[in-house]
Write a new protein. Structure first.
Length: 299
């Protein structure tokens, strides 16, 4: 199980930063980086994780993400909405790019769309697919989470609200994902703790741990602090699901272990913070990758 921690933080990065439901139609003419390079990502050091998305002035640096991650960032969708070959979740790439003169942070995802389509020669189409989902709603007892606003001088870099810079660090004992301005979450020791995070982000995170997508239907605004605690065996099963969602290939016995344990622990955990999960079916937009090159074209 120790190897699972290497990707636990990674599996949340892209959705935490850019999680939305619908994939937008790219702008016309397409926005482009001034220059950009794409290289295979080197493996992380044993027992460590170091992944992230950073925008510093005009420079954009993305480290250790899979093509699936980049697609869901660029098109503002969730992991389960990307349908394509298995390798798009396992092959990882580093991207270094420069914004054009006058380029803005909120245009990075549109520029990333153009870069991916051109360099990986992606052919795709939009579709709709009905999923069994969990609807995240407020329990009758009311919300039991502490509202925790971001700092007054905070920009858009906060969890679940279009964050640009995302840092992931940790080792075999757990992982921390930081978004700046005091927004972060930690996973480990049979619990998940979040600070200054939104309801859509919480739903995205729960989706990584659960056996089906979680859709935010709370209509709750703002950012909150929360702590979710789990029994040890259930938490182990949840980390396996999160690792598989991140594209990690695990041994069959690990997958069988996770399948034997359902989502009851998630139901119980969210109830402690005044939320509930209801089983439903819902049509969701999906992005089908018909073609993509594993080796991107020359920089």
């Amino acid at each position: 199980m120790n190897s699972v921690w290497k990707v636990l933080g990674l599996c949340f990065v892209a959705v935490a930063a850019f999680g939305q439901i619908a994939a937008p139609v790219p702008a016309s003419p397409r926005l482009e980086f001034e220059v950009a390079s794409i290289k295979p990502a080197p493996p992380p050091a044993p027992g460590q994780i170091n992944f992230g998305i950073h925008v510093d002035g005009a420079m954009v640096r993305c480290t250790g993400l899979s093509l699936r991650d980049y697609i869901r960032i660029a098109f503002r969708i969730k992991d389960y909405q990307v349908i394509g070959p298995e390798w798009i979740g396992s092959e990882r790439y580093d991207i270094s790019a420069k914004l054009p003169e006058g380029g803005r942070r909120d245009q990075v995802d549109d520029m990333l769309q153009t870069l991916l389509l051109n360099r990986f020669q992606i052919k795709m189409h939009h579709d709709s697919k009905e999923f069994p989902v969990y609807a995240l709603t407020v329990a009758k007892s009311g919300l039991k989470m502490k509202e925790s606003p971001v700092d007054p001088d905070a920009d858009s870099s906060n969890g679940g609200a279009g964050a640009t810079n995302v840092d992931v660090s940790g080792g075999r004992g757990g992982a921390t994902v930081g978004f700046g301005k005091g927004a972060y979450f930690t996973i480990g020791d049979d619990e998940v703790e979040g600070k200054k995070l939104t309801m859509p982000y919480l739903a995205d995170m729960l989706s990584r741990f659960s056996q089906r997508p979680v859709v935010d239907m709370t209509d709750v605004k703002g950012t909150y602090d929360f702590k979710l605690e789990f029994p040890h065996e259930e938490f182990r099963a949840m980390t396996v699901r999160a690792a598989v969602s991140a594209g990690m290939v695990l041994r069959p016995e690990a997958l069988q272990f996770a399948d034997r344990i359902g989502d009851e622990a998630l139901f119980t955990a969210v109830q402690t913070v005044g939320l509930k999960l209801d089983s439903r079916k819902a049509p969701l937009d999906v992005l089908v990758i018909d073609q993509a090159q594993k080796t991107p074209s020359e920089n």
